[in-house]
Design a protein around this ligand. Sequence first.
Ligand code: FAD
Length: 450
Amino acid sequence: SPSRSSVIVIGAGASGLSAAKVLVENGIDDVVILEASNRIGGRVCKENFGGVSVELGAGWIVGVGGKEQNPIWELALKSSLRTCFSDYSTARYNIYDRSGKIFPSGVAAVSYKKAVDSAIQKLRNQGADAADVSIVSEPPCTPKTPMELAIDFTLHDFEMAEVEPIPTFLDFGEREFLVADERGYECLLYKMAEDFLLTSSEGKILDTRLKLNKVVQEIQHSRTGVTVITEDGYIYEANYVVLSVSIGVLQSHLISFTPPLPSWKTEAIEKCDVMVYTKIFLKFPYKFWPCGPGKEFFIYAHETRGYYTFWQNMENAYPGSNILVVTITNGESKRIEAQSDEETLSESMEVLRDMFGPDIPDAIDILVPRWWSNRFQRGSYSNYPITSDCQVIQNIKEPIGRIFFTGEHTSERFNGYVHGGYLAGIDTSNTLLEEMRKDDERKSNGQSFL
Ligand code: FAD
């Protein structure tokens, strides 16, 4: 019969690892971590491409230089992680039209300001009470021209801070650093794992409490305990579960619950939007794009919103690497995931030839991450509609009996970020430890009656 542990942590990304670490540090040594893939790190994931290490998932440490220290930045400092400061604000001065002309900076700046004002207006209108006509004024203008569409895309899909106050920037600062380290962003998570899991001198995790390639398919739960069943037919029993799978996975029904989750829970899970964010990497034989200060980011204005809009050259990160990155989101991401990489390569080349002329060389390699198709992810990160109330996130986070929910999507202030996942894991484990203490008290009180 299966042995019973105190807690099973499902998922070994930033949140599952920080949750497990807090438990072990508080004397709960017999945790079991079940991870579906063959590695730890989850959405923090690097791959070697074109001779360097590129980040398929999280690429930036967002929120540095403010009144509080971002815990991920702290880990980065401890590991001497190599990073580069990113300044997106210059992107608006490098907007190309389809004939390769750059919009004059004055025109771009005016359009940008108009888009920000309009977004703020839209927010006010959405937030205003329907009865309060004094606040609901002119409907905001909808972007129509390729440049307006491009700016609208960078503002809304590419997360620019001008529109609404973002707690990450308020608490941790407005600076963002791109990770450019051969060990990858994930080395921070390996470092964290090393603190509480048995690891070889080469950094390989040997601890048998971490179980890779274990896809959880069912969680049975009752007043007395939980039983977790994996696709390979193993059965794990425990007193509690910490569930850190993404919001996309929760929506996908990869895991079934017996008894089923209550409807207030599943309704809340459905209400959270899943963002798909794809970084396509292209390697070239040589550089043909402008480099130097203010040139790292550039924008392509096309009549289809989000069509190969946001570009970055990797010269700051890896000089001489001759790599460009284009960011695609949501509908475009899904479209690109469904087509072959050759098709994506030829679309990208057409876009680049619009901007830089017919004579540029073809890319010699392409890398297209597929976060949406990955059944252990089903998207890139959570996005709560601005109008949704905080009850939604509280309901997503709320434990169901012995199942405790965690993950970036349960972080009220920092959802969507690595530090959000990391802090959510700590938070969930502290709540669970409190529950375990209460449970112990109840038991000892019960015994004193006998
Ligand atoms: P995950 O890392 O997803 O961990 C969950 C784990 O659960 C995974 O390892 C998964 O394999 C596992 N799992 C799933 N299903 C099962 C199952 N059935 N059984 C067992 N295990 C299962 N954040 C930033 O701060 N800066 C950025 O620049 C940034 N950019 C991003 C770009 C992209 C393309 C993506 C995808 C994300 C980005 N993020 C960024 C967000 C950040 O990566 C996440 O918020 C964070 O890593 C999430 O951690 P987590 O532990 O909540 O989830």
